[in-house]
Design a protein around this ligand. Structure first.
Ligand code: ATP
Length: 587
């Protein structure tokens, strides 16, 4: 089992910049046969080695390698973002997190369907289009495209992108509405109240600030009276209470469950599901004077997204393609709609509930939620162009505890990326490959099973990889990053302690010891490249190829808990044509 590699190490900067990497990387020749390694949790499986898994999201992600008939499915969604304005770092945050979770689930060999998209109807959209002198359709096309471009820049590998202006979506919304109507849960009534145009909803006076200001958008609500259709949410109070008692994991993080239970306990009010004053929307079946209001429209996107374009657009077909979702990932601003309204709507239509709703915290600026309506946003494309997608993904997933709020500061961003990705992981890679080149004429053949026998670093790495796996499973993304980073730290401490540079000089058995040390550290780096790949996919691909594997092998790698037979062995033969060992600094 040999792996022969020719490397050309680039200067330290390519390590963090995908654009530089792609433009400067030299040709690599890789040959390998079914390599196997010491960590029993992370295996590169030969049966998965033929297809290519794309890191970029220019096309939707299709996992051609997995035998879908046997694989457990995992369907996850981001919110469908409202196209009243272009995306910002807040929208990117949910999507990056969802992408990391999707990538981890794919490493577990699950059949993943990762759904995102855009919510394109309503008063605000029509207003924004008019302000730009464009039609609502042109406006939606342009902003929806801006989301897709950002997802490409951020390495978001979604499977389905649904737009609520798709005709298949409209057909499903109408069918769903008719089902709920037939169940006796829709009625017509007058409503008068205080309306927040930015939230596009009526507010309870008691939740408003001074001068009837919306607490989210800090703008005064206006008094409105309308004749609308209503959904009988109050009928579902008891069933919702029971559902949450029986399935406490339905709402995550767990501290948000109390909040949701509190809302339900305080009494559920029926809510309006149509607007008489809004033309830009899906007409209410049998009443074209009204259009369907946001939650009876946008939420259905999670189901209509499951339809293939060629399929007949009906609920039955969509449901059979992957409903119920395993996870709705959302910001806490829309928790009530996902954890109360949506389950009740599904109960009314006789459909299964999603398995989990996770409401994460806000990225804030000066303590206020970053948002399109407040206009206090951080521009993600600018960050990606300056620092690369891996740095952006890593910073927000590592440094904002998933579930809590987090503030951004550029100084902290640069310090974290330099300390973790460049100085810990990048430097471990560079110094190890540098030692190989200098001391082994760039060639090393060592049996890793023997090298790793009884080795303390091996045990540490295996334990940390397992720790990272558990954190990913629990959606503790920051802790998962931390566990992988600890592998990097352990590798650096190991090299410092073993001092292979002086062992190489001594020759004889000391030389062999040094060679074994390097194989073990290289193996730790390979494990880092797999375990961190959900968070920083492009960077990890670069590490993987530096270690001598092909992109196909990286894309085929899987994270499976299998017991390892004792006969495993690895012969790693590295040939480094030019290697520069430099301390890596990003700026
Ligand atoms: N500051 C933020 N922090 C974290 N997530 C955010 C933030 N802003 C938006 N999101 C994500 O986007 C979702 C809301 O999408 P939406 O398109 O309504 O964006 P928005 O910027 O919050 O809009 P608005 O400011 O008009 O309310 C949230 O549930 C969350 O998933």
């Amino acid at each position: 089992m040999a792996c022969r590699v020719q490397h050309s190490m680039q200067n330290s900067l390519w390590f963090l910049s995908s654009s530089r990497f792609y433009s400067t990387i030299q040709s690599q020749n890789v040959r390998s046969k079914n390599p196997k390694y010491f960590c029993k949790k992370l295996l590169s499986s030969s049966s998965f080695s033929k297809g290519v898994r794309h890191c970029s999201a220019t096309a939707s992600y299709t996992d051609a390698n997995i035998n879908h008939s046997n694989a457990e499915s995992f369907v996850l969604t981001t919110p469908l973002y409202y196209v009243n304005a272009p995306p910002h770092m807040g929208s990117a945050y949910t999507t990056i997190a969802a992408d990391a979770i999707a990538r981890f689930q794919r490493l577990l060999r699950k059949k993943v369907i990762f759904i995102t998209g855009t919510d394109e109807h309503g008063e605000k959209i029509a207003g924004a289009a008019a302000a730009n002198g464009s039609s609502p359709r042109e406006h939606c096309d342009s902003v929806s495209q801006a989301y897709k471009l950002l997802w490409r820049d951020l390495d978001i590998a979604y499977d389905k992108f649904i737009r609520t202006t798709d005709s298949k979506h409209e057909a499903l919304v109408k069918e769903f509405y008719s089902k709920v109507l037939a169940n006796g849960d829709i009625y017509r009534a007058d409503y008068e109240g205080l309306y927040c145009v930015n939230c596009e909803e009526y507010k309870d006076e008691k939740e408003l600030l001074e001068n009837n200001c919306c607490p989210m958008h800090l703008k005064p609500c206006v008094r409105r009276k309308e004749d609308n259709y209503f959904f009988a949410l109050s009928k579902y109070q008891k069933r919702l209470e029971d559902t949450l008692t029986e399935n406490p994991d339905f709402v995550q993080p767990s501290f948000r469950l109390n909040e949701v239970q509190g809302w339900i306990k305080s009494g559920l009010r029926d809510f309006s599901i149509s607007r008489a004053s809004v033309d830009w929307g899906i007409a209410v079946p049998n009443d074209d004077k009204q259009t369907i209001y946001v939650w009876f429209d946008a939420l259905l996107g999670y189901i209509s997204a499951l339809l293939d374009d060629k399929e007949k657009p009906n609920l039955q077909t969509a449901i059979s393609s992957g409903w119920p979702a395993s996870l709705h990932l959302i910001g806490k601003d829309i928790l009530r709609f996902h954890a109360v309204y949506w389950p009740a709507m599904l109960m009314s239509a006789g459909l299964s509930l999603p398995k989990m709703v996770f409401g994460h915290g806000f990225l804030t600026k000066d303590g206020l939620k970053m948002g399109k309506s407040l206009g206090n946003t951080l521009e993600p494309t600018d960050l990606v162009h300056r620092f690369g997608s891996d740095a952006v993904r890593y910073f927000f997933l590592k440094e904002v505890e998933f579930g809590s709020d987090g503030d951004y500061s550029e100084d902290r961003f640069i310090n974290i990326i330099n300390a973790h990705l460049a100085n810990t992981i990048g430097n471990l890679l560079n110094r190890t490959l540098g030692l190989l080149k200098k001391n082994c004429q760039s060639t090393l053949a060592t049996d890793s099973a023997i090298a790793a026998e009884g080795n303390a670093l091996k045990d540490t790495v295996e334990k940390l990889a397992e720790k990272a796996r558990k954190h990913y499973e629990n959606l503790e993304l920051s802790s998962a990053c931390e566990a992988v980073l600890e592998i990097g730290n352990a590798g650096n401490v190991y090299i410092d302690g073993q001092a292979p540079w002086s062992l190489f000089k001594q020759g004889g058995s000391a030389f062999e010891t040094a060679a074994k040390d390097l194989v073990i550290v290289l193996e730790a780096l390979r494990i880092i490249a797999i375990a961190l790949s959900p968070i920083t996919p492009s960077l990890c691909l670069r590490i993987y190829t530096q270690l001598g594997y092909s992109e196909d092998q990286f894309n085929a790698v899987t994270w499976v808990a299998l017991s390892l037979s004792l006969s495993l062995s690895l012969s790693l033969s590295l040939s480094l044509s030019a290697c520069r060992c430099a301390r890596v600094h990003m700026l």
